[in-house]
Design a protein around this ligand. Sequence first.
Ligand code: AHR
Length: 333
Amino acid sequence: MRTIKSAVTGLMILALSVLFLSACGQRKTTIPEERLIRVGFSQVGSESDWRMANTASMTAALSEANGFELIFDNAKQRQENQLLAIRNFIQQDVDFIVLAPIAESGWDDVLQEAAAAGIPVIIVDRQIDVEDKNLYTSWVGSDFLQEGRTAVHWLEECLREQGREDEPLRILHIQGTDGATAQIMRSRALDEAVEVHPSWEIVAKLPGEYTEAKSYELVRDFLQRGEQIDVVYSENDNMSFGAIRALEEAGIPYGGEGGVMILSFDAVRDALRFCLEGKINLCVECNPLHGPRVASLIRQLDAGEQPAKETYVDETFFSSNTITEEMIEARDY
Ligand code: AHR
């Protein structure tokens, strides 16, 4: 009986300390200036040019010269690796954990462990779906739904200008990693548009996992079945590169005025070059340069300030009709 009682008391103390720490969302003491701030960063992987630019931005901002000791972990696109990395960070008693989550779900338990250890967690890029929002202090990233709506709106305008708004439109939808905010929201924007345009049809949804190789294979096999398409809606640039390779091999005209329209997300440099050459019709920007933003969030939390819970970054788009060499030169990634 006594054992049960003390176990219950122990659990209550743990629950209260989790509550206390998560309500604070910050460490109790400020780290002395002469000491580096120890940050564990769990990165999704290196699946795309966007991701490489994101990693470069994070490692540059969280450098020793800037007062940080960064422990970086590349999860190679596997959530179990991210969970392991976070548990390692907790064991190493880092000052802050930064998580770029592969998918929205599956984080409650591990983030409760981080809260119990008193380690604040910052989420970057995609979002997480946890029951208790106090399990993370802040999130910074893109408005992925808005990105999708920007693409859809551009397509509507383009078809209207060409007098094709009522013609049948066969769309090949190449999706990113299942359950990632970028996938969920960009897909939602297209699904919403198809609902209101009776002549639009999604002929296939292919799980491209944000990689060029996977997208190439899937689009190649799809085209070999003799399917006809008017638009490729590809949820990142690397998957667009794969689709373009498959279209080229199949001898199907793409881009420009009369070819299969390519709508792409990220706007990395190589995609913008394709856009300038007329190979990609539209690049919707997804900004990966979160390093300085995350560094600033850590500094605020360390100073005992309460930063905004959510910060959306500003983004734009580039179309093959309006893009210039100067625009590409002015870009950082
Ligand atoms: O979450 C952002 C997405 O993830 C980018 O669009 C993609 O390129 C990356 O891998």
